[in-house]
Ligand binder design. Structure first.
Ligand SMILES: [Zn+2]
Length: 255
């Protein structure tokens, strides 16, 4: 049966997610930075945690792993290249591996750049991707352990997913991302409209996540580094997309 997906705000601006497959009752927590809000959200729905999925090793995505495993016996699933850095890991996955939750399946995408072992979980039948800190709504993660060509290649892999795919990222950074995006993609009507919608959503106290891949392709400057407007904006007309991407990322780091 189709996955039920519930967003769980954690810490200051992190999002964990609960995925529930009703037929089997299996339930996964994605990137639990802390245990308490995830346990509370699962209990409120009568869901029992069976899996914990980590997109990468950062503490604000794995901090709840051990407490949740202790409390529920859930199996911890994460990226194979980071098996030494994921607390309590039981199952290590590589590119193109499959993760199953009840009768639903996710394909693992290897998307290094933010960290060297970062992965995403793409549930194609549920039109949902959990991409951690690689792709954000209207933004992308910092390159802590990777190069610009690597990050650009990872973003292109995500960008190729079907347009209706819902993008579940790791943080509520969208409003600040929109402010930056408007400085490098001034004449993009899709971005202008999206920025207004994001402001209204935040003013109403609601999450801006998930967006769709179609929306990100149209308005996220980090997915548009191969567009002439972006190359021109960073002073690299005709430039290599990975170099244009690097220049946009550098401006964002200093924004
Ligand atoms: Zn991170």
């Amino acid at each position: 049966m189709a996955l039920e997906i519930h967003l769980v705000p954690c810490l200051k601006d992190n999002y964990a997610y609960l995925l529930h497959e009703p037929a089997s009752g299996e339930t996964a927590a994605v990137d639990p930075s802390e245990a308490a809000p995830v346990m509370k959200a699962a209990a409120a729905r009568g869901w029992r945690l069976t899996h914990i999925l980590n997109t990468h090793h950062h503490w604000d995505h794995t901090g709840g792993n051990l407490a949740l495993k202790d409390a529920t016996g859930a199996s911890i699933v994460g990226p194979a290249p980071d098996r030494d850095r994921i607390p309590g890991i039981d199952v290590a996955l590589d590119e193109d591996d499959c993760f199953r939750l009840g009768d639903r399946a996710a394909l693992v995408l290897f998307i290094p750049g933010h960290t060297r072992g970062h992965i995403a979980f793409h549930f194609a039948d549920d039109q949902a991707v959990f991409c951690g800190d690689t792709l954000f709504a209207l933004g992308c993660g910092r390159m802590f352990e990777g190069t610009a060509p690597q990050m650009w290649s990872s973003l292109c892999k995500l960008r190729a997913l079907p347009g209706p795919t819902r993008v579940y990222c790791g943080h509520e950074y969208t409003q600040a991302n929109a402010r930056f995006a408007l400085t490098v993609d001034r004449d993009n009507p899709d971005l202008a409209a999206r920025a207004l919608a994001v402001d209204a959503t935040r003013a109403a106290g609601r999450p801006t996540v998930p967006s769709t891949m179609a929306e990100e392709r149209a308005a996220n400057p980090f997915l548009r580094a191969d567009q002439q407007a972006l190359a021109d904006a960073v002073g690299l007309p005709g430039g290599d997309p990975a170099e244009v991407f690097a220049a946009i990322r550098q401006r964002k780091d200093n924004f």
